[in-house]
Design a protein around this ligand. Structure first.
Ligand SMILES: Cc1cc2nc3c(=O)[nH]c(=O)nc-3n(C[C@H](O)[C@H](O)[C@H](O)COP(=O)(O)OP(=O)(O)OC[C@H]3O[C@@H](n4cnc5c(N)ncnc54)[C@H](O)[C@@H]3O)c2cc1C
Length: 372
C-alpha cells in the first residue's frame, strides 16, 4: 500500500484520519477527492458481512446497485389478527450485502486516500486532530473522524437478532413480498418478530428479532426461526450464512468524547427502529461536501424532534411491552407504503405524523411525555 502522506522517520502525517472503515468511515473515505487521508480498519469486508436494508427510490441506486441482493416494492407486517400489505410506487425496500458495499467503497478510493488494515490505539487529540498509533507506527492527522461503535448501556433497550440465510428444498411462494415483521411468534420475553427476505425462489434470509433489554441465548432465536419455517411449510436444504446483531435503541456513550464522531456513534441511527444506513449516507454526503469547502464539522442528521419522539415511543415499549405489537401494527396501518417509507426514513410529513399520532393509544404516550 502506498500511503499518501508526508513522512518523517518517526511519524506519518496526513490531513485526515478516519478511525474505522465500516459504513460511515469507508463511505467518507470514498468521497474525499482532494485531501490526503488514511482510513484505519482492521477487519476485511468478509469478516463483517451482514445484511443492511433501507428504503430507496430509483434515484438512490448509484452507490448501492452493486451491493444489492434484493429489492421489493411490496412489504408486509402480520399479527394473529391481520396482515398489512404495502405496495409502493416510489420506494423499494432494498437489502444490501455489507461486504459488497464496503468493497465497492474501497474500490472508489482516490489515489490520495489510503486504507490501513490496522487497529488505531493510543489516541491523543489536539484540536480537531491528534496523534495515535497503529501496529506500532505513529501517526499525526490535522483532522480525525472517529466511527468506532459507542458503548451500549447493558440495561438499555436494544434490537437484537439472529438470522440465517437458507437454500430451500422447494420453490418459495410470494417472493415479491418482503416480510418486515411477523409477530406470530413467542412474545413472552419481549417484542418479538420474524423478518424474512426472499432473495430468490430458493433463497431466503430469516431473522428472529427482539426489541427488549435482555439478549437471549442463540438457540432461542434459532428455535423461533425453525418454528416459523415449519408454520410456513418451508424446508431447509442448506444454511448458507448466519448473522447476529445487537443495535442500540438508546443513547450510547462515545468511546472518546474529544474526537469528532461519525456514523452510529454520532447518533446517526433512528432510536425507534435501529435503521441507520440512510442517515449515515446523508451525514457523510453532507460532511464530504462541507470538507471540500473547509468546514470539518459533522452534521447531525436526525433532528431533535425526531429523537425526542423516538425516545417517547421507546419509553412506551419499555413501560408496556405488551403494547409493542399493537404500536407497530397501528403505525404501519395508519400509513400507506409511501408514508411508511418516509416515516422510516425520518422524512415523514406533518400529515404522516398526524395519522400515526391519531392511531396510537393515547394514555401510555401521555404518561411517558409527562415523565420526560
Ligand atoms: C448485524 C447488523 C445489522 C444491521 N442492519 C441494518 C439494516 O438493515 N439497516 C440499517 O439501516 N442499519 C442496520 N444496522 C445498523 C447500522 O447501519 C450498521 O451498524 C452500520 O454498520 C453502522 O455504521 P458505522 O460506520 O457507524 O459503524 P460500523 O459499520 O460498525 O463501523 C465501525 C468500524 O470501526 C472499526 N473499529 C473499531 N475499533 C477500531 C479501532 N480501534 N481502530 C480502527 N477501526 C476500528 C470496526 O471494525 C468497524 O468496522 C445493522 C447493524 C448490525 C450490527
Amino acid at each position: 500500500m502506498s500511503i499518501p502522506t508526508s513522512q518523517s522517520p518517526d511519524i506519518i502525517k496526513t490531513d485526515i484520519a478516519i478511525i474505522g472503515g465500516g459504513n460511515a468511515g469507508i463511505t467518507l473515505a470514498s468521497k474525499l477527492k482532494y485531501q490526503n487521508a488514511l482510513v484505519f480498519e482492521p477487519k476485511t469486508p468478509e469478516d463483517r458481512d451482514v445484511s443492511w436494508a433501507l428504503w430507496a427510490t430509483g434515484n438512490d441506486q448509484k452507490d448501492i446497485a452493486s451491493a444489492t441482493r434484493g429489492r421489493w416494492k411490496q412489504w408486509r407486517l402480520v399479527d394473529h389478527n391481520h396482515e398489512i400489505l404495502h405496495n409502493s410506487n416510489e420506494y423499494y425496500y432494498t437489502s444490501l450485502s455489507s461486504a459488497d458495499y464496503l468493497h465497492y467503497c474501497e474500490q472508489q478510493l482516490s489515489p490520495n486516500v489510503g486504507l490501513v488494515r490496522e487497529t488505531v490505539e493510543n489516541i491523543i487529540s489536539h484540536g480537531s486532530g491528534g496523534t495515535f498509533t497503529a501496529s506500532g507506527q505513529q501517526y499525526y492527522a490535522d483532522h480525525i473522524f472517529d466511527s468506532r461503535p459507542a458503548k451500549m448501556d447493558k440495561a438499555g433497550l436494544k434490537q437484537h437478532f439472529l438470522g440465517i440465510e437458507i437454500r430451500t428444498k422447494k420453490p418459495l411462494k410470494d417472493i415479491e413480498i418482503a416480510t418486515l415483521m411477523d409477530f406470530r411468534v413467542d412474545q413472552s420475553r419481549g417484542l418479538h418478530f420474524i423478518y424474512a427476505l426472499p432473495f430468490s425462489d430458493r433463497s431466503l434470509l430469516i431473522e428472529s428479532t427482539m426489541i427488549s433489554t435482555t439478549i437471549e441465548p442463540v438457540d432461542w432465536y434459532k428455535q423461533a426461526i425453525y418454528q416459523w419455517l415449519d408454520g410456513q411449510s418451508i424446508e431447509i436444504e442448506e444454511i448458507t450464512r448466519e448473522e447476529l446483531g445487537i443495535i442500540p435503541m438508546h443513547e450510547t456513550t462515545p468511546k472518546d468524547t474529544s474526537l469528532s464522531k461519525i456514523g452510529t456513534s454520532s447518533g446517526a441511527i433512528r432510536l425507534s427502529s435501529g435503521y441507520a444506513f440512510t442517515h449515515i449516507q446523508s451525514q457523510i454526503n453532507q460532511l464530504a461536501s462541507n470538507i471540500e469547502k473547509g468546514d470539518y464539522r459533522v452534521p447531525q442528521v436526525i433532528s431533535g424532534t425526531i429523537s425526542t419522539l423516538d425516545k417517547i415511543y421507546n419509553r412506551v415499549l419499555v413501560a408496556e411491552p405488551s403494547l409493542g405489537v399493537t404500536l407497530m401494527m397501528k403505525t404501519a396501518g395508519a400509513l400507506d407504503a409511501e408514508g411508511f417509507s418516509r416515516f422510516m426514513l425520518g422524512k415523514a410529513t406533518i400529515k404522516d405524523w398526524i395519522k400515526v399520532i391519531l392511531a396510537m393509544p393515547k394514555l401510555p404516550f401521555l404518561t411517558q411525555v409527562f415523565r420526560l
